[in-house]
Design a protein around this ligand. Structure first.
Ligand code: ATP
Length: 595
């Protein structure tokens, strides 16, 4: 391993900027891994966490909520200050170049072409943390000065990436699994070790911590990494099936059927200092939006240090009535938190305990965790456990399903009680299988797809998009595979706002991770997820989802897809419906009689 230190003992930021440039141009996954591995192998151990975050386009783990998102206007003024160019001329350069990073690179290429690289990674990241932290009066000026100070020393290439990073526009299109592959390649010499690293990442969500542990203690130390309050655990997810007997069979003849509440999943962490934080499944902090839930847990949760999961549901406790999902989402959007809490009262329906006072429970069986959960929580009107019943026959499961729907829930999540019933962080496995109302009516399966492109509108839709190109995610290849266009179901207002909503994701070329045989008019970095209803899935030579799995030279596409009006802002693009799930839906629909 060569050490990339310069003569002052640090690592130049230029090394990272050059890697960014190469990664942006790489065309395949192996190329990405090799380039990342080259960067990581040059990185001294003490700098490894920082470089891991930089590879993710961040300066800290995502859940740390370090907010770099500097307003473009402010960044633009910093460029003007650092280059001595008038702000209007910077604006013109941005218009011409397409983004601020490239504009700054071009401006510096004339004003600072002979500048020697002198910025060091540690100092750059330290300054970026100062920028993120600055708040209150005078903070805008301070942010501006700090950024202009960096740009005054930056080479043109460094400026390009610094600006993209601070404005939140550094989209390299590399998934965390790719970085884990590169870490494995460098430190164990074998990418087959990635699952060990992946497990560790899934329980602590901190790539820097995984990297540092691997570098200092090897795979043995990585295996020892445990969940810790304060670090969100990547959530365990469910498969879906539409037939009760198939579910019972899959789960070994017996399972625990829990009501599936239609609300918002949160993971509550109470740390040793008594602080309680709620994380969404995207690891955003939402305690401020749900002070009532925090209070419920502060009184009702026994263990001092704990990690618990539950669903926040709009809930009329007096009537015992579950309210629809949209009402909880309304809570998230509304500004007056106190009124919102009054207008939309919620309850927390708990279903997991992952940690309690020094004990990691993720490796315990479902029944043990459930028993610990019920000991840990003192129930009240609004703090409940999910309704659950052990079931061993299909008729019993069907009856429970009917009851769940009659009680206002979406259906059931059927959970394994067998020896494999540990909490699989970050996995969508067959230990949890959901049975939802939609799947019963064969025509109406909702799926969550990623917007990867768009087609220009004509006629009434001129100036906006006529349809968006949608893709499913394939975790094997980390590709987004298209499954059709969708132009139906958008309200006029929604359509009019689409170009602005998608503008930050626009790409001149098809992003490397989008696998498409259809030429879109505009491409987008995969990011936004929306919910779609489709009449049917059919084989198609034009779409790449599940390519070759059902028939050579064909993938799957949707017939009559329709946007349901529900943006899945709670999902990352890699949480979208997978290509494999579509293949299974297709097979199930062919097997079951229609109607
Ligand atoms: P969907 O769109 O069907 O809600 P999803 O893709 O968001 O599914 P899944 O893993 O497929 O997530 O379904 C499980 C989700 O259901 C959880 O993320 C959680 O938000 C919710 N949920 C409601 N009740 C339960 C429960 N009793 N146990 C586990 N999850 C539950």
């Amino acid at each position: 391993m060569t050490d990339g230190r310069d003569e002052d003992g640090g690592v130049r930021y230029e090394v990272v900027a050059e890697a960014y440039r190469d990664l942006e141009q790489a065309s395949g996954r192996l190329m990405l891994i090799d380039r990342l591995a080259a960067l990581l192998s040059q990185t001294p151990q003490e700098l490894l966490p920082t470089v891991c975050y930089l590879c993710q386009g961040q300066i800290a783990p995502e859940f740390a909520a370090v907010d770099l998102g500097l307003a473009e206007k402010l960044a633009l003024r910093a460029v003007a200050t650092a280059t001595g160019v008038e702000p209007v001329d910077v604006v013109a350069a941005v218009r011409e170049a397409g983004d601020l990073g490239q504009a700054a690179e071009q401006l510096l290429a004339t004003t600072a072409q002979d500048r020697e690289p002198s910025l060091e990674v540690a100092a750059v990241v330290d300054t970026l943390h100062q920028i993120a932290r600055a708040e209150g009066s005078g903070s805008q000026g301070r942010k501006l000065d700090l950024l202009a100070g960096l740009l005054a020393l930056a080479t043109p290439l460094e400026a390009r990436y610094l600006l993209r990073l601070v404005t939140g526009n550094l989209r390299l299109g590399i998934g965390t699994p790719t970085i884990l592959d590169a870490l494995a390649q460098v430190y164990t010499g074998n990418r087959k070790d990635r699952p060990v690293l992946e497990r560790a990442y899934n329980v602590c969500s901190d790539l820097g911590l995984v990297g540092a542990t691997l570098a200092s203690g090897g795979l043995v130390a990585v295996k020892e990494l445990r969940v810790r309050p304060g670090n969100p655990v990547r959530v365990m997810l469910a498969q879906r099936l539409s037939d009760a007997s198939e579910i019972v069979a899959r789960l070994g003849g017996r399972c625990m059927a829990e009501y599936k509440y239609d609300g918002m999943r949160v993971q509550a962490h109470r740390t040793a200092d008594g602080d309680l934080e709620l994380f969404t499944r995207r690891q955003e902090r939402v305690s401020n939006q749900f002070p009532d839930v925090v209070k419920l847990l502060q009184t009702g949760l026994g263990p001092r240090e704990a990690i618990l999961e539950g669903e926040i549901v709009a809930y009329d406790a007096a009537a015992g009535e579950l309210r629809p999902f949209q009402e909880v989402m309304f809570r998230r959007r509304k500004h007056g938190i106190a009124e919102a809490a009054r207008d939309v009262p919620v309850g927390l329906f708990c279903f997991e305990l992952l940690y309690a006072d020094g004990q990691d429970l993720t490796e315990s069986s479902y029944l043990d965790r459930r028993a610990r959960l019920s000991e840990a929580v003192t129930l009240s009107d609004r703090l409940r456990l999910t309704t659950a019943l052990e079931v061993s026959t299909a008729p019993a499961l069907d009856a429970m399903f009917e009851q769940a729907v009659a009680d206002g829930s979406e259906g059931l999540v059927c959970k394994s009680t067998g020896p494999d019933s540990i909490y699989h962080a970050g996995a969508r496995g067959w230990q949890w299988i959901k049975l939802k109302r939609d799947y019963r009516t064969e025509l109406a399966d909702t799926i969550d797809l990623v917007v990867v492109g768009a087609f220009a509108g004509r006629g009434r839709r001129r100036g906006t998009y006529g349809a968006v190109l949608l893709a499913a995610y394939d975790p094997e290849t980390e590709l987004y595979q298209t499954v059709g266009k969708c132009g139906t179901g958008f309200s006029d207002a929604e359509l009019a706002s689409l170009p602005a909503r998608l503008a930050p994701l626009t790409r001149a070329r098809r992003p490397a991770r989008v696998d498409s045989r259809v030429p879109a008019d505009i491409w987008f970095e995969p990011s936004l997820v929306l919910e779609v209803l489709s009449a049917e899935l059919t084989l198609s030579p034009n779409h790449t989802a599940g390519w070759g799995q059902l028939k050579d030279d064909a993938g799957l596409s949707m017939r009559f897809p329709r946007f349901t009006g529900r943006w899945r802002d709670d999902k990352e693009p890699q949480d979208a419906t997978t290509a494999q799930q579509l293949v299974e839906l297709y097979r199930t629909a062919r097997r079951a009689p229609a109607g």
